[in-house]
Design a protein around this ligand. Structure first.
Ligand code: PLP
Length: 410
């Protein structure tokens, strides 16, 4: 464990790492026992008191390339000088789109948006329009976004009552199944003829780091084909992180639609929906997905710069090596403190928790049960200069190197 202990016990008091109010803003921040950051650089965060922290939340959010990557920021600054375009195509959009499709590998069309939530909704709408069915299969433990867009649509006077009506029965419209249980999915799709889409986070990174069992995604693909159901991979976290082509490449399974965000633009707010032409071309036929800042000039420049960086120097092997060492190190750390720490997941994202190692692993349940113990552990880590997620999920990014590993494991 790092020796750079900061004595902030008085300042922290009894506050656990967790949801804390963010000062004058009404925003609620994910993590932070009284720490306000001033800036980030590479894998490091610096707080207002001059302390530095290795950031192991880095690989979850948009900063997979590290904080403030110069190549991306310079490209954005250059694009900003070119002015913006509203309601028409621009050349940077085409450039970003071509590079995006070439990187993802399997998709034929892409549309840029701003948030994963909005793009997930576009994918679901598209699946409904394509199949004429209304229901979705979702899995326990996944997160696909916040409900921000839905209520606004119900009061909208342009798309009107049709979309409001479509949304009225929305919450009854999902079959909620356990992940990695192919029998449950098979039975649901055999019994129901109203399922438009199966939506999955191929590696669930929001309630643990839950990896698909061997062959599971292939079986999901086959079932969707057999029943004429659209398969959507929500790659908002896994995209460009597990491999250039995301989880689809890593597990060798092609969805019909893929949703991307976070890592695709080096820290800038861009999301994307990619997919097969027959589905994506339905947007031209009237399926709606629009937003003022979709495909903005600086956003497209950020995508091109970030993807170029990932292609020129693919970080995936480094990320795997670092993650594997970190996982082993955390296990050892637990053992040396007599704490039964469990570490599960992929080297790029893994879940640290406590408990009896022989007990059957219930990711979603364990994540909740261990919250308090993990939060205490996280406070100790933060005091040692390691910034981690309050839910026990650690992410490794392209910016993490041996130097950061030493800080955690010394
Ligand atoms: N899908 C997944 C898997 C996510 O992790 C998130 C956000 O964390 C979203 C969708 C929603 O993306 P956004 O917060 O950009 O709306």
């Amino acid at each position: 464990m790092s020796v750079r202990v900061r004595d902030r016990s008085a300042e922290l008091g009894a506050r656990a790492v967790g949801i804390t109010p963010g000062g004058v803003h009404s925003n609620v921040r994910l993590a932070g026992p009284g720490v306000f950051f001033e800036r980030g650089e590479g894998a490091w965060l610096f707080d207002a008191d001059g302390n530095d922290y290795v950031d192991y939340l880095l690989g979850q959010g948009p900063n997979f390339l590290g904080h403030a990557p110069a190549v991306v920021n310079n490209a954005v600054a250059g694009a900003a000088r070119r002015g913006s375009v509203f309601g028409a195509q621009h050349s940077l959009e085409n450039e970003a789109g071509e590079l995006f499709l070439d990187s993802v590998g399997w998709a034929e069309r892409v549309r840029f948006g701003v948030t994963g939530t909005e793009v997930d909704q576009a994918a679901l709408r598209l699946a409904r329009a394509a199949t004429g069915r209304s229901k979705f299969v979702r899995f326990e433990g996944t997160y696909h976004g916040w409900l921000d867009n839905m209520l606004v649509t119900t009061v909208d006077g342009v798309t009107g009552p049709a979309s409001a009506g479509q949304l009225a029965h929305h919450l009854d419209d999902t079959y909620f199944l356990p992940y990695n249980d192919i029998a449950a999915l098979s039975a649901t799709l055999a019994e129901r003829d109203d399922v438009a889409a199966v939506i999955a986070e191929p590696v669930m990174c929001n309630s643990g780091a839950i990896v698909p069992r061997d062959g599971y995604l292939q079986q999901v693909r086959q079932l969707c084909d057999r029943h004429g159901v659209v398969l959507i991979f929500d790659e908002v976290i896994t995209g460009f992180r597990l491999a250039l082509g995301g989880a689809a490449e890593r597990f060798g399974v092609t969805p019909d639609l893929g949703v991307y965000g976070k890592a695709m633009a080096g820290g800038w707010p861009v999301a994307a929906l990619a997919g097969k032409a027959e589905l994506m071309d339905m947007f031209a036929g009237g399926v709606n997905h629009s937003g003022t800042f979709n495909s903005s000039v600086p956003a497209c420049a950020a995508v091109t710069a970030a993807l170029t960086a990932l292609r020129e120097d693919p970080p995936y092997k480094r990320v795997e090596d670092h993650g594997a060492k970190l996982m082993a190190g955390i296990r050892e750390l637990g053992a040396s403190h007599g704490v039964p720490v469990r570490v599960q997941g992929l080297p790029m994202a893994f879940h640290v928790s406590f408990g009896d190692p022989d007990q059957v692993w219930d990711y979603a349940g364990m994540a909740r049960l261990d919250q308090v113990r993990y939060a205490r552990f996280a406070e100790v880590l933060v005091d040692h200069g390691v910034w981690v997620a309050p839910r026990g999920i650690w992410y490794v990014s392209a910016a993490h190197s041996e130097r950061e590993l030493e800080v955690v494991l010394q």
